[in-house]
Design a protein around this ligand. Structure first.
Ligand code: ZN
Length: 75
């Protein structure tokens, strides 16, 4: 669960959205629970293997509802 202090830090960093997305990605990849700011559902990492049913082979971070959908570019 994200606490107020972490949230404030996150907001500070969101000045630069790219940096904050990287931060988010790091947390999710490290196994930390990060909640979607819209629906408060946990975010999870999509890898090309996970999205095998979709036509896209993009990796990303998404919530269940899809209001958070960050595309990541892994090479
Ligand atoms: Zn959401």
């Amino acid at each position: 669960m994200i606490n107020i202090k972490q949230f404030a830090e996150l907001q500070k960093k969101s000045k630069n959205s790219f940096a904050s997305q990287r931060q988010l990605m790091k947390k999710v990849m490290a196994g930390q629970t990060v909640l979607c700011s819209t629906c408060q559902q946990p975010l999870f990492l999509i890898t090309p293997q996970h999205s095998a049913t979709a036509s896209s082979d993009n990796s990303g971070i998404r919530c269940k509802k899809g209001c958070t959908d960050i595309q990541l570019e892994f090479v």
